[in-house]
Design a protein. Structure first.
Length: 683
């Protein structure tokens, strides 16, 4: 008889849902990954991507042993080596650099796994002890996160489950069906109870298809729309004066700014009908409870932080926070109880204060020769949980930086990605089915435990073990790496994350998840996490950052010009998550090939038909892909669906060949959706 087991786990990917998983294992082989029906937010349902997780884990192209480069940088030519040889050489190379200048070493990681153990524990201890440069992890959410903190005091908001009771839901900058499926289930429940759903997005997304109304505004104009809504709330007196008086700071100043934005002005800026703006304001001012599900797409422009601040002010104007089904949710990760100091041990830096380098500027960072203001030239980079050659902006520069022969590069990976092709060493990492981890969420308010369901494939090792083993090699050269905190097992690290919190590790072992105890309506009586305890419309602390203390509308860096007349956004393809799933055959078949969505009128003006091969270009480069006239693009705006690996592109590029490295107003984030291009039929 076969031995069958079901193992509880958690989805590791960069999604607010953080689903609870159940993996069926037959005689040591994972045969199926399903949603855990006992977890209320997952409800037994997974997205199309993670439901194919066994296909990814057992992929024929998976890296299963350490590899050492044997060809030119970028060629993807490697020779298998032993773990001992790889780790010994890596330790020696890093030690040699650190002896001269530890800040010449840079870790590069993000959310390839959102787990606390495999994402930000032993790795941070290693680099803190080394004295390496710090990484400003900005590539996804920093503009919105810092803007939300400036307004509410942290990444805080509504609980996801209470959207089911809302009467009006604004889904703003989010394709929830693709990127927040389990929130969409709550929104659908509200819709069945009579709630009105409104989508605000430059693209006619799959979510827009299912909402009652779609406001298809121009990219980077969200703050203008928010101010126009405020204008109408004020002039029609759809306000909760008591809430404004008791629980907000800077109302008179915000009111004066909002009154400068009548709907007629915003309509011109946003490219929307005036009456559509007026009607939305009327609905928002007269529907209680009203809720906003804000997501990170709308903050990837020059004024993204200001736009988040403006939108985050709206619930306080109408007193939406009085209801548990009213308010706003961008991220709930500010309530996570994890003991980050215990996991990461920043104390290992001692008195050293290494420089911080921005991951969103990695192209310029790697090409910088070094000087007094920048510091030493980067001589080594260790990449894990990320694929910067594909996902970072202005990728021609990123690829050129990683192609430097004098840059020592180590990549922890499952596959030979664009970045791994440029490595000196590729180290095989475990997938989620093969290691311990512990997860929070930025969508719901539960903590989840991931147990290993199967043994690691081949010679794969977990990220935490790789850094633990690397520390053991470094200890032969530097005795400080022999300390006991470099010996903590993956399970021990998971336990440390919640050791001094209200979350019981024993409950996690038994159920796979536990709920953080929180109030149902967090700001019903104020109590914001700001210094004033109020929703801070006006935040004086922002002045020190050179940012307006009040929210404002900032136009995009790249307005359309005669040379580059089309605005380009690059949202994720429905069946991909950043660059993680682009080589999974079943998902690749669904997406077919790299596409650019273009409006029929823009296509006709260029002699382009559906399916034609296109050149999409600007001064930074050219990307070749196929035209899609599927009705989702508005006139003047194109959508390059991503993120394919560069080597999967027709000319060895992806959409990030066209994006730039300028940063957002708040949070130093990338401006992926602030990009002007021209499109022509490929000859």
């Amino acid at each position: 008889m076969p031995h069958i087991a079901q193992v509880r786990g958690a989805c590791p990917h960069d999604c607010p849902d953080t689903c609870a998983l159940v993996t069926t294992v037959v005689d040591g082989t994972a045969t199926k990954v399903q949603g855990n029906a006992e977890h209320r937010h997952t409800g037994g349902v997974l997205c199309s991507k993670v439901s194919k997780y066994t296909e990814r884990t057992y992929h024929a192209d998976r890296v299963l042993q350490p590899l050492k480069r044997s060809g030119p940088k970028g060629s993807g030519q490697f020779t298998p080596v032993s773990w001992d040889e790889a780790l010994s050489d890596i330790a020696q190379r890093l030690h040699q650099i650190a002896q001269r200048q530890p800040e010449a070493i840079l870790p590069y990681s993000y959310a390839g796994t959102m787990g606390q153990v495999q994402g930000q524990s032993m790795d941070r201890r290693f680099f803190h002890q080394l004295g390496a440069s710090l990484l400003d992890r900005t590539i996804c959410a920093s503009a919105g996160s810092e803007a939300l903190a400036a307004t509410y005091g942290g990444k805080l908001g509504m609980r996801m489950e209470f959207f089911a009771e809302s009467r009006l839901i604004l889904i703003w900058g989010s394709n929830s069906i693709t990127s927040n499926l389990h929130f969409w289930r709550y929104a659908q429940e509200a819709k069945r109870q009579g709630a009105r759903l409104v989508c605000i997005d430059p693209r006619k997304s799959e979510t827009a298809d299912k909402c009652h109304e779609h406001l298809q505004l121009l990219p980077g104009t969200d703050a203008a729309l928010a101010f126009a809504l405020m204008h109408e709330l004020i002039v029609n007196d759809w306000l909760d004066h008591d809430y404004l008086a008791r629980h907000t700071l800077g109302w008179e100043a915000l009111k004066a700014r909002a009154l400068q934005w009548p709907p007629e002005r915003a309509a011109q800026v946003c490219g929307l009908p005036v009456e559509q703006i007026r009607q939305l304001a009327r609905d928002y001012g007269s529907s209680q409870p009203a809720a906003i599900r804000l997501n990170y797409g709308m903050q990837r422009v020059r004024g993204g932080g200001n736009a988040v601040r403006a939108i985050a002010c709206l619930p306080a104007l109408i007193g939406a926070w009085r209801h548990r089904a009213g308010g706003l949710l961008l991220s709930s990760s500010g309530v996570l109880p994890f003991d980050m100091a215990a996991l990461q041990m920043p104390r290992l830096m001692g008195e050293r204060r290494p420089r911080t380098l921005n991951m969103s500027s990695i192209g310029d960072v790697l090409l910088h020769p070094g000087d007094a203001s920048f510091g030493p030239k980067v001589e080594a980079v260790v990449v894990y949980n990320s694929n910067p050659v594909a996902v970072a902006p202005e990728s021609a520069k990123v690829a050129a930086g990683f192609a430097r022969e004098d840059l020592f590069t180590v990549v922890l990976e499952h596959f030979l990605t664009d970045t791994a092709d440029h490595a000196d060493y590729v180290l095989p990492a475990t997938t989620q089915l093969e290691h311990w981890d512990i997860h929070g969420s930025y969508g719901h308010t539960d903590v989840l435990l991931n147990r290993p369901a199967i043994a690691p494939a081949g010679q794969a090792r977990s990220n935490a073990r790789i850094f633990r083993d690397l520390a053991a090699q470094m200890a032969k050269l530097d005795p400080l790496f022999a300390a006991s905190h470099f010996h903590d097992s993956d399970e021990a690290l998971a336990r440390q994350a919640v050791a001094h919190t209200a979350i019981s590790f024993e409950e996690l072992l038994e159920r796979g998840f536990a709920t953080i105890p929180l109030p149902e309506a967090p700001f019903a009586s104020g109590g914001f996490a700001t210094p004033s305890g109020k929703c801070e419309f006006d935040n004086p602390a922002l002045a020190a950052l050179g940012v307006s203390t009040l929210p404002d509308h900032l136009p995009n860096y790249e307005a359309p010009t005669p040379d580059y007349p089309l605005a380009m956004i690059s949202p994720p393809a429905r069946n991909f998550l950043n660059s993680t799933f682009t080589n999974v055959a079943s998902l690749q078949r669904m997406e077919e090939r790299p596409l650019l969505e273009i409006h029929p009128d823009d296509a006709a003006a260029r002699g382009i038909a559906d399916g034609d091969l296109l050149r999409v270009f600007n001064a930074r480069g050219e990307h070749v892909c196929h035209a899609s006239l599927n009705g989702r693009a508005r006139q003047g705006v194109v959508a390059g669906l991503g993120i394919w690996w560069r080597k999967q592109g027709a000319n060895g590029t992806n959409v990030n060949e066209l994006t730039h490295q300028q940063l957002t107003d708040i949070g130093r984030g990338p401006c992926f959706y602030d990009c002007a291009v021209q499109v022509a039929k490929a000859l």
